[in-house]
Design a protein around this ligand. Structure first.
Ligand SMILES: Nc1ncnc2c1ncn2[C@@H]1O[C@H](COP(=O)(O)OP(=O)(O)OP(=O)(O)O)[C@@H](O)[C@H]1O
Length: 742
């Protein structure tokens, strides 16, 4: 930002001209109204720019205190919003109803430049102070708006573009304005959309904070939006009367104001009492249930929960100690979950760490030490093999600069509670990378719980993830079972192959991520959990979202920061990686120059997993530790462009060399049967490079055709269960064909 503290005659003349003549055909009406107020009502002169008044520190503190829960409920959401902005040279600002900047998140550079023009905490940005500007004008308009560059009243601010939305408190009273200011020249629709979502989330948080002893009820006409920021929210007291409602609830119930709703009994707006809705919610394991509204022909989907204060008390009784993080989070996400909304702009990562403007402290680090100590859950580490050096830390980059910088990005994100989404071809090392992030993270003393969403049979996923209580279903263990998500408490939850999660479960997972509460199947009580979130997929999630196979809102929650792992063929550290992998085999092993050349030019469609397996096999075949091309028969079977490895072994193919296969064979490719399995790759799967680009759907079709649609044979071939195969086919939109007669 380069601000010149100069008046601009041209700018001032233009404003005065428009104010005196009225509409000029180019300026929006609301901007003209604001300019007119500035001149006629506040007596401001566009030719004499002024900077805003700034409150003394003590007075500022008092004003922040007076704003109650507002700043507290907004901080994390603002940090999350900042992460979502595609440009780092921006600030997210919260002003109170008088235009006082209460809180601000920006890059350090933006904070420094902004301070020079009074754009800082403690400054008053009402219209009567600094003329037309996003925050001040939104205070007057009480509606979302954008003020672009020349629309500012004073010339020094014409470098800036602002988008601003109003925020209402739990009584429905106008409380604040949330604003994004940047030096961008672009239209602010994107910022406005993000701002609206953030404002609604803050409002929901304010409602919950203000009514911890009341029963929250979420509802929407569409079940998938029940817990979204657009969902309706009511809080209902023990007496069954409504105490607060958000704006979405008003519009869904066709009511004009919060006052008109407060004090009414729940069964005056729904055809259900609080008790009835609560019972139905418990019975449905807190899935939304259809409920008719009074005076509306179609139902909404609603779910009632217990008061946050009671959930907290139960968690303490049960020994799931709500950490200071979790306590702060009752009624919303805690700091660790704060970034979960991040990432609407995939990969949107600020060039410099965002700072709490004013005190220079990191925006959010959270009460990490308490999280570390909360790592009581038993470690459940899936995917046994990882690359470790003597220190015990996982190694992912052996001199590959892209991987090293990706690791830095992920490390910074996860430390700030922002979820990380890993994308990369199968075998590229996503799980290894996830482990490395976990070890680098403040929760490294907690468990890393890895869940492979593709390999769990559909019928088991739900109980595996969420756990179940005694008697939840026939065959359930006595005493129930803790789900994997609860096991991740205090550590990292790694959701591998998240793109393969069935749609119905995506909704449930979304709710857990939103609320940080897990309700076991058949159980009544919810358990609060705090964890860092890393997910991975070899599939392009935005593509799945477009095809309706993956929930968009879940995608946004998972993708705070997207890390794309390079395929092995593109890695610059191949030679070093080979040396390290050979060293992991524990013997003195070397490649001949021919073998090294072969390895370096091979395209490695199965990536590091395939390389590791090939090297293991070679190590087993070599008698003197010297590995030549003859010890790598699968590479020698065809020229590198016609490798003997399977076609783009994404998803469906992974089982052939994947962890499932490895586990089934005791994890050792020296096992001749495994080696033989590698050598028996059907010739139909010997593709050229172009074929390696096949989509997962096409790959599935090829496998089906190869086995003439014999489901058992295809499932066996892909090393997955029939159920998983059916699910993948359904997800890929492949209809079932009659299996040919044997
Ligand atoms: N940096 C590394 N150093 C050593 N071994 C590695 C490395 N990266 C991956 N591997 C090896 O490759 C195998 C596959 O890695 P990983 O499971 O992390 O891949 P992935 O991308 O998660 O694969 P998929 O998508 O199929 O689940 C691991 O078992 C590990 O042995």
């Amino acid at each position: 930002m380069s601000i010149s503290w100069q008046a601009s005659d041209g700018h001032a003349h233009h404003i005065l001209d428009v104010v005196s003549r009225g509409a000029d055909g180019a300026t929006s009406d609301f901007v003209i109204s604001s300019w007119t107020r500035c001149v006629n009502q506040y007596g401001l002169d566009p030719a004499r720019p002024r900077s805003p008044d700034i409150l003394e520190a003590a007075m500022f503190r008092e004003r922040v205190e007076r704003s109650g829960d507002l700043v507290q409920c907004s901080r994390l959401e603002m940090a999350t919003l900042y992460q979502q902005l595609s440009e780092p040279e921006a600030a997210v600002v919260l002003v109170d109803a008088d235009g006082l900047i209460l809180h601000m998140v920006s890059s350090p550079q933006f904070a420094r430049d902004g301070a020079a023009i009074g754009f800082r905490k403690g400054a008053l940005w009402s219209e009567d102070q600094v003329g037309t500007n996003g925050m001040g004008t939104c205070l007057v308009a009480r509606a979302p708006l954008a003020i672009r560059q020349d629309e500012h009243f004073f010339a020094p601010y014409t470098e800036l573009t602002c988008a601003a939305v109003p925020v209402f408190d739990h009584t429905g009273k106008f409380a604040a304005v949330l604003d994004v200011t940047s030096t961008s020249r672009h239209h602010q629709q994107h910022s406005l959309a993000l701002l609206s979502i953030t404002a609604q989330t803050i409002e929901n948080r304010l409602i919950e904070r203000g009514h911890k002893d009341a029963y929250p009820i979420h509802f929407h006409v569409r079940p998938e939006f029940v817990n979204s920021p657009n969902g309706g929210k009511l809080v209902v007291g023990e007496d069954g009367r409504i105490c607060a409602a958000n704006r979405a609830a008003l519009s869904l119930l066709g009511v004009s104001s919060v006052e008109a709703l407060c004090g009414r009994r729940l069964d005056e707006v729904f055809h259900a009492t609080l008790d009835e809705l609560l019972r139905a919610s418990v019975e449905s394991s807190f899935h939304p249930v259809p409920v008719m509204r009074v005076n509306a022909p179609n139902p909404v989907h609603a779910v009632a929960q217990r008061p946050a204060s009671r959930v907290q008390a139960r968690a303490i009784q049960r020994g799931v100690e709500p950490t200071p993080v979790a306590r702060g989070a009752v009624g919303g996400m805690g700091p660790i979950g704060a970034g979960l909304g991040a990432g609407m702009a995939a990969g949107g990562y600020p060039a410099a760490p965002a700072r709490d403007a004013g005190n220079g402290a990191p925006v959010h680090v959270g009460a990490l030490s308490s999280l570390q100590s909360a790592a009581s859950a038993q470690a459940q580490v899936a995917g046994a093999e990882v690359a470790r050096v003597a220190t015990g830390r996982t190694v992912v980059d052996y001199g590959e600069p892209r991987l090293a910088s990706q690791r830095q990005v992920a490390r910074r994100a996860i430390a700030r509670g922002i979820p990380v989404l890993l994308h990369g071809e199968t075998g590229a090392g996503k799980e290894v990378f996830a482990r490395a992030i976990h070890e680098d993270s403040p929760c490294s003393h907690g468990p890393l719980v890895a869940i492979n969403c593709a390999s769990l049979p559909e019928t088991l996923i739900e109980s595996e993830l969420f756990g179940y209580s005694t008697g939840a279903f026939t065959g359930a263990q006595r005493g129930g079972r803790r789900g994997r998500i609860v096991q991740a408490n205090g550590g990292t939850l790694f959701l591998d192959e998240i793109g393969d999660m069935p749609l119905a479960l995506q909704a449930r997972l979304l709710r857990v991520l939103d609320e940080r509460m897990v309700t076991p199947l058949g159980g009544e009580d919810s358990i609060r959990v705090e964890f860092q979130l890393v997910s991975a997929s070899h599939r392009h999630l935005p593509d799945l979202v477009r095809r309706g196979l993956f929930r968009e809102d879940l995608y946004y929650r998972l993708c705070g920061v997207e890390v794309v792992l390079p395929p092995l063929r593109d890695r610059a550290d191949k030679a070093e990686l080979v040396r390290r992998l050979l060293a992991l085999e524990g013997a003195e092993l070397r490649l001949t120059p021919d073998a090294e050349a072969l390895v370096l030019r091979h395209p490695w469609p199965g990536n590091v997993r395939q390389l590791r397996h090939v090297l293991r096999t070679a190590a087993a075949l070599s008698e003197d530790g010297l590995i030549g091309p003859e010890h790598m028969p699968t590479l020698g079977m065809a020229p590198p462009s016609m490798t003997g490895m399977p076609a783009a072994p994404t998803g469906p193919m992974r089982g052939m060399y994947g962890d499932a296969g490895r586990e089934a064979h005791g994890g050792d490719l020296r096992d001749p049967s495994m080696h033989e399995a590698m050598m028996r790759i059907p010739s139909g799967y010997v593709p050229d490079d172009a074929q390696r680009q096949l989509s997962p759907r096409d790959e599935l079709l090829r496998a089906l055709e190869l086995h003439r649609w014999n489901i058992s044979a295809v499932a066996k071939h892909l090393d997955i269960s029939r159920n998983t195969l059916y699910r993948r086919m359904r997800n890929a939109g492949i209809p079932l064909q009659a299996e040919p007669e044997a």
